[in-house]
Design a protein around this ligand. Structure first.
Ligand code: ZN
Ligand code: ZN
Length: 138
């Protein structure tokens, strides 16, 4: 059995699902801040345990498994922005297949196209392409 070293609960990286060290957690927090209206605020350590926050540990960022996000470029009001992007598995509502909503795609959606951070694709890339083509034909 592993002994808990201190009262702060352990942090699990949402990307690799590995427990991160306190030093690692400090670095994550040091680079994570949010802007709510005029208030620029650091992310509280306990918020990193919330499933609403998408962030990644140093190892994931260095290996390229995750890419750094820039909250300032995202559209968010009542939902936290992305602190990092990594591939997510989703189920397509049109064809029912599993597909990957990639880190790069998320970066493009939320920071270039400026979609709200709550918006998620409902269909896989193939189905979305088909739908666009159908629209064009009509
Ligand atoms: Zn990680
Ligand atoms: Zn599909």
């Amino acid at each position: 059995m592993k002994k808990k070293s201190d009262s702060t609960s352990t942090l699990i990286c949402p990307c690799c699902r590995k427990e991160i060290t306190p030093a690692d957690a400090k670095r994550v927090l040091a680079r994570s801040f949010l802007t709510w209206g005029d208030v620029r605020q650091k992310v509280a350590p306990e918020l990193l345990q919330s499933a609403r926050y998408q962030w990644a540990c140093d190892a994931c960022l260095h290996s390229g498994k995750a890419i750094m996000a820039e909250p300032d470029k995202q559209q968010y009001v009542d939902h936290p922005p992305f602190l990092a992007y990594f591939d997510l598995q989703k189920k397509c509502k049109t064809c029912g297949q599993d597909y990957i909503f990639s880190a790069k795609e998320q970066h493009y959606w939320y920071e270039t196209l400026k979609f709200w951070v709550q918006s998620k694709p409902v269909a896989c890339a193939d189905c979305r392409r088909k739908k666009r083509q159908e629209k064009k034909m009509n």
